[in-house]
Design a protein around this ligand. Structure first.
Ligand SMILES: [Zn+2]
Length: 326
């Protein structure tokens, strides 16, 4: 990836044009994806859990030949950006969650409801982490929302019920490592990437990453000879993320804390220097810093310098609706 398609002043001009065209032709007349060819990752939400004007919480779209194939995370505000990107739920091959904290999942039920107005006909797989004492597993989370008998949104239970005759259904899955079979006395190595699914367009794998007591996954999407890796929120402890990101064209890294983050913050999030170390170890081709928060706004120069202490490739800061092309 060597260029950022939309940023800064261009973004403002584009938004003004979008508003003008939407006023004249109606909102659907202006599709704002990342072009119609090749592979691109579009930032739907570059913010975190705080209220931040102009930024949705975590969300990303991977476009392949002009179609939005994979949605990674669905935090608050992502539904609006998804619409502004000109995407349709009907085109998605899968939804992937890096974790189930609210800033990564709150718009998920809204997108499911929105899909009821589209002509989707395929099962929609939803992949995310297994559970813990503090967090539900992904299957339990989707059931808590849509179970026809007891879900919070049971009125949408047809999308989960095996008995319903809807045109499409949700298919939630927990992603967990299978313990490897090893000779007696040999310790298992740190986790290897887990192949999660593949189809004619893409191959998707994941690896569990440390994020305090919340189960979390980093994701890798391979398509058209390109690879995009999403760190999700993680302390960056261990070598899991570097293993998953090895040789990737783009690493979208969660940049929630600045370099002077304290011990408690570092249990949850990577300081910029750790992002740089991982990018160097993995030899990724570009780093995009996203999941930006009040702890990092105004510190961009220092954060970029901290990444560059270790990593010599291009470093960019994400804004909502930016497109990055491998
Ligand atoms: Zn987060």
């Amino acid at each position: 990836m060597d260029r950022q398609l939309h940023c800064g002043g261009g973004r403002l001009i584009r938004q003004a044009l979008t508003a003008l065209v939407a006023t004249v032709f109606g909102a659907s007349a202006f599709a704002e994806g990342c072009g119609n060819d090749g592979v691109a990752v579009q930032v739907l939400g570059s913010g975190g859990p705080e209220l931040t004007a102009g930024r949705a919480s975590s969300g990303y779209l991977v476009w392949v030949e002009g179609r939005p194939r994979v949605l990674v995370d669905a935090g608050g505000g992502v539904m609006l950006r998804f619409a502004e990107a000109g995407a349709r739920v009907a085109d998605l091959n899968a939804i992937l969650f890096t974790q189930l904290h609210a800033d990564h999942s709150a718009d998920f039920p809204a997108l499911v409801k929105a899909a009821s107005f589209e002509a989707r006909t395929q099962v929609l797989p939803v992949y995310g982490p297994a559970g813990s004492r503090h967090m539900p597993a992904t299957v339990a989370f989707v059931r808590d929302l849509f179970d026809p008998a007891r879900g919070a949104y049971r009125y949408l239970g047809d999308y989960l019920s095996p008995l319903s005759k809807t045109a499409w259904k949700l298919a939630p899955h927990d992603v967990r490592s299978k313990p490897p079979r090893l000779p007696v006395g040999r310790k298992p190595a740190d986790g290897e990437p887990i192949p999660v699914f593949r189809n004619e367009y893409l191959a998707v794998s994941a690896i569990p990453v440390a994020h305090s007591d919340a189960p979390a996954l980093a994701w890798r999407i391979e398509t058209g000879g390109k690879s995009v890796v999403f760190s999700g929120d993680t302390s960056g402890a261990g070598d899991a993320l570097a293993r998953l990101a090895r040789g990737a064209d783009v690493l979208i890294a969660s940049h929630a804390v600045a370099e002077d983050a304290g011990e408690a913050e570092r249990l949850l999030h990577m300081p910029p220097s750790r992002i740089g170390e991982i990018a160097r170890t993995a030899q990724v081709r570009q780093v995009v810093l996203s999941h930006r928060t009040r702890r990092t706004f105004g510190r961009e120069e220092d954060s970029a310098a901290q990444v560059r202490r270790h990593y010599g490739g291009p470093v960019a800061f994400a804004n909502d609706l930016d497109c990055f092309r491998p």
